[in-house]
Design a protein around this ligand. Sequence first.
Ligand code: GLC
Length: 611
Amino acid sequence: MTTLKNTLCIISLFLMTFFLSTCKKEKDKSLYLSHIDEFLYLDKTQPTEVRVADLLKRLTLAEKIGQMTQVARDYLVSESDISDYYLGSLLSGGGSGPSVNLASNWATMIDGYQQTALAHRIPLIYGIDALHGNNNVYGAVIFPHNIGMGCTRNMQLIESAARATSEEMLATGIPWTFAPCVAVARNIHWGRTYESYSENPELVSQCGAAAVKGLQQDNIGNPTSVIACAKHFFGDGGTTNGVNEGNTELTESQLRAIHLPGYISAIQAGVATVMVSYSSWNGTKMHANKYLITDLLKGELGFKGFVVSDWDGIKKINTDYTLSIEQAINAGVDMAMVTDSYKFYISTLTDLVNKGKVPMSRIDDAVSRILKVKFDKGLFETPYSSSSLSSSFGGSAHREIARECVRQSIVLLKNESSELPLSKNTPKIKICGKMASNLGAQCGGWTITWQGNHGNITNGTTILQAIKDKVSSSTTIQYDTLGNSAQQADVAVIVVGEKPYAETGGDSLSLSLSAEDAFIINNVSKTGIPIVLVVISGRPLIITEIIPNCSAVVAAWLPGTEGSGVADVLFGDYNPTGKLSRIWPRDLSQVDKCNDNVVDPLFNYGFGLKY
Ligand code: GLC
């Protein structure tokens, strides 16, 4: 009996073990199958939409809302918040970078953030305002601001400049720029006039598309492509009196005709992100405008990328931040650019979803759009910087492209008795004006710091140095900022213009030259020697009374680091081809006028002399 019992026991034990092992295998198999399923979003051979759908269904609400959050790096309470809150993105605001501003330190900093982010399963995407080169980074090549690029009318050149910018961005580990600005600036009181290619919608749309192509190429997944961002959607350049973040008062058909073409062409060029404008349309904040963001941009225009807010743009909708978050996300904002309120934004949006005030379908749409861009960019495969492009950073090839941009952006406004081009053998040339030896001023805002700065802010060539490099050894160059004792010179080159500024810091009512600049011109004109006036500015200035004292006048806008391009034009190594991308007003009464509604400006849209 015992033997039988033992035998039965052994048999049952065997059967049990077999059964259990089979179950385990089955369990393992089902686990493995689900793992294969898990790997689907990591399988780069899968179509993006399959990867997005697979990953989306695995995400918690916390992960989803984290992806919809972009935090300015300065405001991170702790770097571990990147993974604790599943942050989808970080950004550098103007001038926010590593303590020692070197390209290699930028890449190390951003790779560090990425490493923290990859503690969970989604890589972050780092954004920056690389508007005219990778302009926050010391040593980057700084290109002319958009107002000058618009005067080139050269779309291939704009594309080349953008391409060089993308390479200098990737050399520092940055895959996303908040550019191009496709604002159509209609009033030059606006402090962001220089970020606008033109007053003309068609020219803006051509330039914007060229910039998107240069930045993204035909595929944002290319190793030398970055993600572009058309901004600021929309009507930012049409506010009453040119007040920054103000109110654009137009009918819908006017708004569409003037301010939409830049987005239509950017979308056709494949732009992957769009940034919403701080401004309002007929009193409604753009950040809360569902008709324009969702119905128009995403619906009618078919924009498939994602929409990012401007810097705390949601908080600016109204005083009730909770209501603002509900309005902005329901309006179609997909990612919130936030500063110190990121934890409040995350908890509030979570609460709004749990209360049904923001439908999960909206969250899923936003996250799907964000994931689509991240998958298309290849961030899941290559989340870190690559040193392969660092050799091009700040190098001569990019500087040559920037110098060509300077040459072609310069507009010759006056050239009495062919004063220009100057001879390289002119015996004595007087150079006047602080702007002549002020690299920061010729770069303008959004350079190294947000507002920009005077002086030697980075590597580059001032106009003074460029002239010294240009002339023959027999020429004497005398630099005197105030233009004293100019009478012994054969000609005076006076460089005047605006101090660096950005955004509201640049809103200006007067638009006249500084008292010092006017004094210099007056001081030199008393000597009777011919004056060549070079204007360094982010917009046309009121120079009507000044011009009669000058033999020649040149608009050089904000040329950036390659001042040699200015000397190329002054001394005839380049015959100027630049054409005004906006009218040049005769007086303040014409400041809010454009080609389509101005009478007798000082210089017309498209004006530009040649030698
Ligand atoms: C700024 C600007 C926007 C920029 C953003 C991030 O306020 O409006 O153009 O991209 O913040 O710096």
